[in-house]
Design a binder for this molecule. Structure first.
Ligand SMILES: CC(C)(COP(=O)(O)OP(=O)(O)OC[C@H]1O[C@@H](n2cnc3c(N)ncnc32)[C@H](O)[C@@H]1OP(=O)(O)O)[C@@H](O)C(=O)NCCC(=O)NCCS
Length: 232
């Protein structure tokens, strides 16, 4: 039976030693790099051994983000000698089950390198769909777990700036009156640096932000304003 077990003292060497053949190397980073990143992103990274009974047959690392209510499949491989035996599919099914059962996750996301048709078809068969986005040359796929997503809230970082500028621009075009805090992008950048900015999300999309407690919620999503206030 396939199960996921957090990488531990007795499995990490097998995970580090698990290498792909050259033609698959471009599809996923070496596991030693993933484990180092798991340490750097300690709060969100969940590196699992894929075990068939007690045998380690693969590696999957999740980006578990309850703020955004998302789980990213960050890294995924089945050892070459175990590929094509159905373990990859079962490992993904176990991942989806884990996310469903948590009750705090609205969607899964992943990206794949263009041309990795086997992985892409596998994800597709499990319900993942391309959403049209490409990040660092990799194609993004999403699997919604609910039709009724809840409000996500995260402390913003530099990467969110582009979304904020777009949201503020479209709100201005829609005639929303914009509090002065949101008029000056260098002010927002400084507030992000100081940890004073929150990003509100729905299925990963930015629908609002707050600076020091002042909220700008997109006019399409005003029904979430009260909840956003309460969450701050
Ligand atoms: C992608 C990967 C994880 C799939 O794992 P796996 O255990 O081999 O997959 P499974 O045995 O569960 O098979 C899943 C499907 O892929 C197909 N498949 C697997 N290997 C295949 C191969 N070499 N050629 C053609 N089809 C293949 C299977 O037929 C199966 O399809 P089906 O369920 O419709 O019959 C594995 O190939 C891998 O580690 N690849 C290299 C790393 C990688 O690409 N990771 C993904 C990064 S996004």
């Amino acid at each position: 039976m396939i199960k996921l077990e957090l990488v531990n003292e007795s499995t990490f060497k097998k995970i580090v030693d698990m290498k792909l053949p050259p033609e698959q190397n471009a599809f996923v980073a070496p596991n030693v790099v993933s484990l180092a990143q798991a340490w750097l992103c300690y709060d969100n990274a969940r590196p699992y051994s894929v075990c068939n009974d007690d045998n380690v047959v693969g590696f999957i690392m999740l980006d578990w983000d309850e703020g955004e209510r998302s789980v990213g499949i960050w890294r995924f491989m089945i050892a070459p000698e175990h590929q094509g035996k159905g373990y990859g599919r079962k490992a993904l099914e176990a991942t989806i089950k884990l996310a469903c059962e948590a009750g705090t996750i609205d969607f899964l996301h992943l990206d794949y390198v263009q041309g990795n048709q086997i992985a892409r078809d596998l994800y597709y068969s499990l319900g993942f769909r391309e959403n049209g986005d490409i990040e660092d040359g990799e194609i993004i796929m999403i699997l919604p777990l609910t039709d009724n997503p809840k409000l996500g809230m995260l402390t913003a970082d530099d990467d969110d700036m582009e979304d904020f500028i777009e949201l503020i621009k479209s709100e201005k075009e829609a005639g929303t009156s914009i509090p002065f805090e949101f008029e000056d992008s260098s002010y927002i950048e400084k507030a992000i640096e100081d940890g004073l900015v929150k990003r509100f999300t729905l299925m990963g999309d930015t629908i609002g932000l707050s600076i020091n407690g002042v909220i700008l919620m997109g006019n399409q999503n005003l029904s979430y304003l009260e909840e956003a206030r309460q969450r701050l």
